[in-house]
Design a protein around this ligand. Structure first.
Ligand code: HEC
Length: 307
């Protein structure tokens, strides 16, 4: 009964992994509506039945053994022979595996030396230990053949490389399916995209930008004004992207590209650009060079104008 069940659950397992590969959802996302849910329930129930049957079976064999033993005892008494209880196979097995010398016979294997009263017995290694040891020798032979000679299974390094290759392939697919994830800063162009600007604002507020540039971008004693047309490092979208990404570490502007995704830096850049001309109260005096933004949609070949 057990064998077909094993095959059945094996098939189910294979089917479930197959199904998981095809649908992004795994079984545990929604177990009730999973297409194989009923099969899993039936398998689980069958397993419970098998375990119960096994329990009952073992119990019945035990009862049978006790009855036979009783019959043997009665017979022995009838025919006047001394009754010796039969050992179970497990008791015999345990004895064979330990093969220890009984305490009464220890005298026979005592070695003839004594250190401060400590004596030594010349015991054999226990057979269970020896067989484990032989097992490891046998396994090492199998291991060397399988992994090093026939190379039918991959070594750890190969396994790692395969996993990396799979992960890279997945990452490549992911990038391909999300063109946003790759931001080509050289081809970056500003568009007053409200969604991106809003995201940039969130990133700005969730980071300490405001502590050096003020939340409205007006600037304070540390950071320059981001709302005017004067820039220390250029006011073109690429310049601003670069300043935020690489920072001006020696002047106190951190390199945010180390801790942020290119998208976040792009969103921040767009948000900073959207601050142009907002004229917050008590803004910091202009620093750097004048840069006139090219109106959106106009010819973008214009370069930075100098003062
Ligand atoms: C610890 C203070 C500090 C923090 C935090 C900070 N900045 Fe700055 N930032 C500066 C300083 C100082 C400068 C000017 C660097 C210089 O003098 O060259 C600067 C310059 C800039 C510039 C270029 C301005 C120009 O005139 O060219 C931009 C854009 C900018 N920061 C954006 C940000 C953004 C976005 C954040 C948040 C992610 C941020 N900064 C966080 C200190 C800071």
């Amino acid at each position: 009964m057990k064998k077909p069940l094993l095959i059945l659950s094996g098939c189910l397992f294979a089917a479930s992994t197959f199904a998981q590969e095809n649908t992004a959802k795994t079984f545990w996302d929604d177990p009730v509506n999973h297409p194989l849910a009923s099969l899993y329930v039936v398998t689980a129930l069958l397993l419970v039945v098998v375990i119960l049957v096994a329990f009952v079976g073992i119990y019945m064999v035990k009862v049978l053994n006790t009855l036979t033993e009783q019959a043997r005892k009665v017979n022995a008494e009838k025919s006047g022979i001394a009754y010796v209880p039969l050992q179970s196979w497990w008791q015999r097995f345990a004895q064979r595996m330990n093969a220890s010398v009984p305490v009464e016979q220890e005298k026979n294997i005592e070695m003839d030396h004594s250190y401060d009263g400590i004596r030594e017995l010349d015991n054999h290694l226990p057979p269970w230990w020896k067989w484990l040891f032989y097992g490891t020798i046998g396994w090492s032979v199998v291991y060397i053949i399988v992994f090093h000679f026939s190379a039918s299974l991959p070594l750890s390094l190969e396994e790692y490389q395969q996993e990396v290759a799979v992960a890279e392939e997945q990452a490549r697919k992911l990038r391909a399916s999300q063109p946003e994830a790759t931001i080509d800063e050289n081809a970056l162009q500003y568009t007053a995209d409200a969604a991106i600007i809003e995201k940039g604002k969130t990133v700005f507020m969730n980071n300490p930008c405001g502590s050096c540039h003020r939340n409205d971008g007006g600037g304070n004693t540390i950071g320059p004004n981001l709302t005017d047309e004067y820039w220390l490092h250029g006011g073109d979208v690429k310049n601003i992207f670069n300043t935020i990404k690489n920072g001006v570490v020696e002047k106190g502007m951190p390199a945010w590209g180390k801790s942020m995704s290119p998208q976040d830096v792009r969103d921040l850049t767009f948000f900073v650009m959207s601050l142009q001309g907002t004229k917050p109260a008590d803004a910091k005096a202009p620093q750097g060079e004048l840069f006139k933004q090219t109106p959106v949609g106009a010819d973008t070949t214009a370069t930075q104008a100098s003062l």
